[in-house]
Structure formats: C-alpha cells, structure tokens
Write a protein that binds this ligand. Structure first.
Ligand code: ATP
Ligand code: MG
Length: 367
C-alpha cells in the first residue's frame, strides 16, 4: 500500500516521539542528570511505552477506517451495477492510494455503459430497418397483386398488354429481391459476418465488366454515362468481386436516386486510374448534391440528408455505411465530396495487389 504524505507524517510521529522519549530516558540514566533521576527516567520510559501502545491502537483504528471507507464506496458502486444502474458515478477517493483502483472501476463502469447503449442502439436500428423495409415491400407487392389481377380478370386482353404486365411484375419482383437482399446483407454486417471470398483479378477488366453490368440500368434511367479506365491491363487487385460490385452498385443507385430532375441531362462519370499503389475509382454525378452540414454524416447508419425527399425516393440510409465497411475490409476507403446543387463524387480507393503480397485469403469472411 502506498502511503500518502499525511499518513507518512502520522507514522513518523508515532515512531519518533517514543524514540525521543526513550533516548531522553537513556541520557538521563547515563548522566544521572540533575541528581538521582532514576525515577524520572522510569517515568519517561513508561510514557514512551504508553505512547507506543496508544499510538498503535490509534493507528490500528485509523487503518481500519481508512480501509473500510473506500471499500464501502466500492461495494455500494458494485451493488448499483449489479442492480442495473450504470449511471452511478464513483467519486474520486480521498485516499490517494485507492485512486488507481477507483479509476479502473470507473473505466469498467463506463465501458459497460457504452456497450449497453450500443446494444440498445443496435436493437433500435434493427427495428427501424425492419419497419422501413416492410413498408418498402408493400409497394411492389401491391403493384404485383394489381397486375396479376389484371391478367387473371382479362384486363390485359392483348398479347402486347399481357407481355407488358408480365415485364412489370418481373421488375417489381426484382425490386423486392433487392430489398430482401439489403435486409439480409444488413444482418450480416450487424453480426460482423460478411462472407468474403477474396480473389486476385485484373482491375481494368473488373471495372469494365462492372460498367457493362450497370449499363442497362443506367440507360433505362436515361443517365448519360461517361467511362474512362486508365488502369494498365496487368494491374491486379485482391477483392471479393461480389461485395465490390455491391459497393459500386450502391454508389450508382445513389447517383440515380438523387439526380437533379430540373437538369436537362443527368450524367454519371466513371474514372478509374492508378495513383501510386492505389487504384482509384471515381464515380461522379451532377445530381442534387449534399449540403456541407450533412456531408460528414452520410456514411453513418440510417443518416439521410433530406428525410422528406428520401421518404419519396425510399431508402434506409444504410447504403453508404455498407460501402464504407466493405471498402475498409478490402484495406481501402471511400471518400465522398459534394457541392449542393452541382453534384457529388465518390472516390473509392483500393490497394494494388503486388506479387510479393500474401496470397489473398480466399475465405477471409465469416468474421
Ligand atoms: N450521389 C448523391 N447525391 C446526393 N445525395 C446523396 C448521394 N449519395 C448519398 N446521398 C445522401 O446521403 C444519404 C445516405 O446515403 P445512403 O446510400 O447511405 O442511404 P439511402 O440512399 O438514403 O438509403 P439506402 O442506400 O439504404 O437505400 C442519402 O439519404 C442522401 O441524402
Ligand atoms: Mg443509397
């Protein structure tokens, strides 16, 4: 136990006073000072013994109190935690030697409190997303029911009409599939079990394929597409193609969803190039853009810059949080810049795979 200054002084007094008295008694005895003072020496010895006894008793009592007070406080604080009260703050102890123990206890309480709050937030987030997706599912289900009824009741009387109805049903079913997929993927992110399968592939070819896969959707939305891929054909990346595709697709779907309908042309540009040891993919749109006060939050789960607009466009505010998580798991990052009214640019950075890097861990998922 470390002694504080105050306690050190008390112990010193307890030792030095009887020592002083004993020395005085000894000197008096030796010198027979002021004649026949054996009785005086005896008194001094008796006084020092008494002082020692009383002092030890006082020290024992003080020690007991000194120890029991902080332990009582600790016991109370532990009881509060046991009863589920994580708000009870443990005050710093008067006794310096207990400060480290109290600090550790407080740190433990704060950690417990944070993890309990995080768990609560996650549960609430889960409920919100479930409610949102259930709500979003209603729209395509209602449409599918309507078109099926049209077919069943003969409203779609001509083969052309029937084909149109069927193609609408198909696209509505696709919409539902996307929503269910999003919900499923969200649950994987939440439980930290994204199933990654990393492979080594040429970056140039990968992004070209991505572009062709997205072309149909972009054309259907009348988006004018620009595409520039300056990555040399032999430059490799170690990625999970499916999850990286999810990243690109989330960013592209935002460019489509948040396009500026007042503009004559809605554009989306892809620029892929190498910068040092990084493959940079820039996806730029001329959409509505994001206000500076919203920009720092768009990667947060459930953050939607304009809730009113998002209510009409759908969306749960999780697309970009997924983008960020996947990019980080690939050893890269996602950076969004935007100017309100002008457009946004997503910069996705991935490390170039080098021959002396470890072979990609093909089953890095399930973490
Ligand atoms: N390209 C963009 N242009 C304008 N605003 C954007 C763009 N990308 C994202 N945002 C803003 O950032 C918010 C968060 O985007 P995010 O993709 O995470 O969610 P969402 O699109 O609302 O829903 P979800 O992707 O889950 O369907 C959006 O609600 C929107 O306000
Ligand atoms: Mg989105």
């Amino acid at each position: 136990m470390r002694l504080s200054k105050k306690n050190l002084l008390a112990v010193l007094a307890l030792v030095t006073v009887p020592l002083f008295l004993l020395t005085a008694a000894l000197i008096t005895m030796l010198k027979e000072w002021e004649g026949g003072t054996a009785a005086f020496s005896m008194i001094l010895i008796a006084l020092s013994v008494m002082e020692l006894l009383l002092g030890s008793l006082a020290l024992l009592r003080w020690q007991q109190e000194h120890l029991s007070r902080p332990f009582k406080k600790l016991q109370e604080a532990a009881g509060e935690i046991r009863d589920g009260n994580l708000e009870h703050e443990l005050e710093a102890p008067e006794e310096e030697e207990f400060s480290q123990l109290f600090d550790s206890f407080e740190e433990m309480r704060l950690r417990l409190k944070n993890s309990a709050e995080e768990q609560l937030r996650t549960e609430q987030d889960g409920k919100i997303i479930l409610a949102n997706i259930s709500h979003d599912l209603k729209t395509p289900i209602t449409a599918i029911k309507g078109y099926v009824e049209g077919l069943r009741d003969g409203v779609a009387s001509t083969p052309e009409k029937q084909a149109r109805y069927l193609s609408t049903i198909y696209s509505k079913a696709e919409e539902m599939e996307k929503l269910v997929d999003q919900l499923y993927f969200y649950s994987l992110v939440e439980s930290g079990r994204i199933p990654y399968h990393f492979i080594k592939i040429p970056a140039h070819a990968y992004f070209s394929d991505c572009r062709w896969e997205l072309k149909e959707e972009l054309d259907a939305q009348d988006m004018v597409t620009r595409y520039e891929n300056r990555v040399p054909e032999d430059v490799m990346i170690a990625v999970d193609p499916e999850q990286l595709h999810r990243v690109v697709s989330n960013v592209v779907s935002n460019a489509v969803k948040y396009r500026d309908r007042s503009k004559e042309k809605n554009t989306i540009g892809f620029r892929i190039y190498v910068e040092g040891k990084t493959i940079v993919t820039e996806i730029e749109d001329n959409g509505v853009g994001i206000a500076p006060e919203d920009l720092p939050h768009v990667f947060d789960r459930f953050y939607r810059a304009d809730t009113a607009r998002s209510a009409s466009t759908g969306g749960n505010g999780i697309g970009l949080s997924i983008v960020q998580k996947i990019m980080e798991d690939h050893g890269g990052r996602a950076v969004l810049t935007s100017v309100k009214g002008e457009g946004s640019c997503m910069r996705l950075e991935l490390p170039v795979y080098e021959e002396n890097d470890n072979e990609p861990d093909t089953d890095r998922g399930r973490r």
